[in-house]
Each structure stands twice: as C-alpha cells, then as structure tokens.
Design a protein around this ligand. Structure first.
Ligand SMILES: [Zn+2]
Length: 88
C-alpha cells in the first residue's frame, strides 16, 4: 500500500495516528529512526539496558532499565569498593 506524504514548510511529515499507535504499542513508547541512503525507516524502539544497550534480561531500577550482566558487574564493583573501604 503506497502512502505518499509531503513535508510541511518546517520539514515535518504527518504520520497517521493508526500507524503511530501501532509503532508505539509494539515497543517501549519510543520510535527509532533509521536512516538509509534512499529511505528513512521508523521502527518501534525496543527497551534496552542504560549501560550496554542489551535488550536481554532487563530489570527496572529507579526508572532505568539495566540488564542482568550489568547488574552483576555493578554488584562486583560495589563488593570491591566495600572490601577496600572496610580495610582501613
Ligand atoms: Zn547492560
């Protein structure tokens, strides 16, 4: 199905509400804009880790998503800091 649109004078383009809703409902409420040489592609942004951008095994902490791998690294770092502080 062709859906031809024109940019307005400010460089914006209208995306029909049904397409916006579909994109937003399939992801985390954000849209990823992918620029190709001859196309601009809008896709539902997937939730990702705040540190490494992984999309696997995410846990929410203070409204940020963190993957289990980064949680493990943070835990090791915290453990190491505690050991160093407890020595003195
Ligand atoms: Zn991570």
């Amino acid at each position: 199905m062709k859906n031809i649109r024109e940019f307005d004078t400010c460089g914006r383009i209208h995306i029909p509400v049904e397409i916006r809703r579909k994109l937003i409902n399939n992801g985390n409420g954000k849209i990823e804009v992918i620029c190709e040489p001859d196309a601009v592609i809008l896709v539902s942004a997937q939730s990702e880790c705040a540190f490494c951008n992984s999309t696997d095994n995410l846990v929410e902490f203070k409204s940020k998503l963190v993957c289990e791998s980064c949680i493990s690294e943070l835990w090791q770092c915290l453990h190491l800091m505690c050991k160093q502080n407890c020595k003195g």
